[in-house]
Design a protein around this ligand. Sequence first.
Ligand SMILES: *Cc1c(COP(=O)(O)O)cnc(C)c1O
Length: 389
Amino acid sequence: MEQANRIKSLPPYLFAEIDKMINKAKDEGVDVISFGIGDPDQPTPDHIVERMITAVQDPSTHSYPSYEGLYSYRKAVSDWYKKRFGVKLDPDKEIVSLIGSKEGIAHFPFCYINEGDLALIPDPGYPVYNTSVLLAGGEVEFLPLKKENDYLVNFAEIEEEVLNNAKLMFLNYPNNPTAGIATREFFVEVVRLAQKHDIIVAHDSAYSEVYLEDEKPLSFLEIPGAKEVAIEFGSLSKSFNMTGWRCGWAVGKEEYIESLGRIKTNIDSGIFEAVQKAGIEALNSKNTAADEIREIYRKRRDVLVQGLEKIGWKVPANKASFYIWAEVPENFQDGEQFSKEVFQETGVFFTPGIGYGEQGENFVRLALTVPEERIKEALSRLEESGLFS
Ligand SMILES: *Cc1c(COP(=O)(O)O)cnc(C)c1O
């Protein structure tokens, strides 16, 4: 049967080929150390798992949930936003639960993008922004994120006409894959541009709690006027090692939340209520679990960055997210060739940056989801390979 055009329009999935390469090596007995995995390797904190166990034993959680989420769950998100960001949200009108934030990110373009409508997407970026706009029939213009701008969008480089035509703009800070962090001035400029050009801002805040220095990342909604132009996506996945649980939310302008809810009532039936109860437990926790998680990434980062520098490759220390976004050493052609050569010589895998967009061509992404002993093992193999000397 012929596939629908919307599926045929999707770009090829680079990572499928990479998975094949890694699996083949594993079959051949190579002890692979992969820095390619954007999924925490540590378990969910015990108190959250325990709350799940009692919730799942309560038969009231066994029925269909509501698509918008339990009131108590939305209230917990609202209380957390107040405490963490000083942002007030109405649990009834400004919050909807999501089956992981990816679900909401992928559905949101269907609320506002008609055939041919333009969306602005960061490059490099999480691939879902691009593919969901394409699936909705929209057109995409990329916003380059460059090292010299600390991976913030330089709007002076974007043509006025593009901004005038755009209906939707995705942003993501702290950023995957670059680890860029938004400044308040940057967000203020985004609000001003969104008002001026009538653009919806869809901010992906998946890494707001994965910060490794004292300064905490901002919510876009902290900026005056933001709630009139924006929807923000959040998730427990990365903050509490809960990627498998599928527990997130969207917050922001009432009209956008209502639209997303309308799509969702027609497609899914919400998050399992036991998971929502565990989610409430996570949101209400005093952050000791998240503190421990941050400390683990901080230590791994320091071991990796210092170790790489010692063998001759200087990479930047990420201040947030669990990714290091590194330019390939000069004697290699690009990220893809570098990644392949390192893998063949050492069994250590770095993700080629091109998988996240054209701007990533000369970069690789290193995820800190690898235990410290394995990082040390990777470092000694890299040193022995002589590739960096
Ligand atoms: C992991 C990730 C998400 C998705 O997280 P969920 O598990 O679906 O909540 C969203 N955005 C970015 C940038 C991510 O890296």
